[in-house]
Write a protein that binds this ligand. Structure first.
Ligand code: SF4
Length: 360
């Protein structure tokens, strides 16, 4: 049976700042927003988004998750930043995501109401691909991954496919990189929990974009990933883009040692193997990220999802400090070692030929 078709996100409110209104890409966004059936589109007279923090925490959260803002990315957001271990550089097409994952990693990195802010100055955002080509330490010049060229990760602060039907920014990036606008030695990467790939499969991608799907054990995805596409639909989307020649990948994240985790993750890997079995010239990679949280992300997530059943208990975790003095809570060493061993073996056995890029 084909996976059920989830409905793409339709924001209730779209805000366009005055500066964003002047950008050439804005007409395309507004065309898509209108096609999606959004009634409330407001052109602001200034560049600040105001009134978003008024009301109860629940209300502020709910309204923010129904709002798409079209803004101009400031210079600080445009400069590509190093993003190990995924890619050489990070490029942000947007900040924020309309989904409701109860462990959302954005909770620790973005501040304020979780409005999805799409960047209207797309030419400026993508220009960083050209200025940074040939530089970088994760793939550029490395023995293992130099064949990927200089790599740009698009999904650090958003799920680019989740809002693509409204922005068109991802398609434009894929098209430009695929047709060599920024040279022949660059490639894009993004990961997603969505499945709307109709537009992507028809693009001249030049095999220079790697789409990964973020997948998880049935229990984790079913319980904690509100507003996303079902895992089966994501895997089907991966099959479709791989069949259209894209390089693809799995982001297995955040891995949690839930009851029966071995069986659940084994079923997941088997489903992927079956879906991709007949894809010609398959280029599949894997990345595995275990669940972690920080004191800050925990506080934000408990504010957004006060009744969550997500385990964020410092007393059963191991604290790890980073060089900036921050603390993150990961699983204890024995649990990590057990999961790492299992995944290394299971990936080699069930998805042979798909290198594990990193485990963290
Ligand atoms: S899809 Fe990703 S960015 Fe969006 S809410 Fe879920 S974890 Fe956060």
């Amino acid at each position: 049976m084909p996976p059920s078709k989830p409905r793409p996100w339709v924001p209730e409110h779209v805000l366009v700042t005055a500066a964003a209104a002047e950008q050439p890409h804005t007409a395309e966004v507004l065309r898509r927003v209108e096609a999606a059936g959004v009634d409330d589109v407001r052109l602001l007279t200034g560049n600040r988004l105001t009134g978003l923090t008024e009301g109860s925490e629940r209300w502020v959260y709910a309204r923010a998750k129904k709002t798409l803002a079209l803004v101009v990315a400031p210079p600080s957001a445009i400069k590509p930043q190093p993003i190990p271990p995924s890619a050489d550089w990070r490029i942000d097409l947007a900040k924020g995501c309309p989904a409701h994952c109860q462990y959302c990693y954005l909770a620790g990195s973005l501040t304020g109401p979780p409005v999805t802010r799409a960047y209207a100055n797309l030419d400026d955002v993508l220009a960083g691909i050209g200025t940074h080509a040939g530089r970088g330490a994760v793939t550029s010049g490395t023995a293992e991954r130099d064949h990927e060229g200089t790599t740009y990760e698009l999904s650090c602060y958003t799920d680019p496919l989740g809002i693509e039907h409204l922005t068109g920014s991802l398609a434009e990036a894929v098209r430009r990189v695929g047709t060599g606008v920024y040279g022949d030695e660059v490639s894009l990467r993004f990961t997603t929990k969505f499945d709307a790939v109709d537009e992507l499969v028809a693009l001249p991608h030049g095999r220079r974009t790697r789409m990964r799907v973020s997948v998880n054990a049935e229990e984790v995805a079913g319980r904690f990933e509100g507003g996303t596409s079902p895992v089966a639909a994501r895997i089907d989307a991966l099959r479709r883009v791989a069949s259209a020649g894209y390089r693809v990948g799995l982001t297995i994240a955040p891995v949690m040692p839930v009851e029966g985790w071995r069986e659940q993750y084994a079923a997941l890997l088997d489903a992927v193997g079956t879906a991709l079995a007949d894809v010609p010239d398959l280029d599949l990679t894997t990345e595995v990220i275990t669940h972690r949280f920080t004191p800050g992300s925990r506080e934000v997530l408990l504010g957004w999802y006060p009744r969550t059943r997500l385990e964020m208990d410092e007393s059963v975790r191991t604290a790890k400090r980073n060089k900036f003095g921050g603390t993150k809570y990961v699983y204890p060493r024995e649990t990590m070692a057990e999961m790492r061993g299992w995944f290394t073996d299971a990936l080699a056995a069930r998805l042979p030929g798909a290198p594990l890029l990193y485990w963290t």
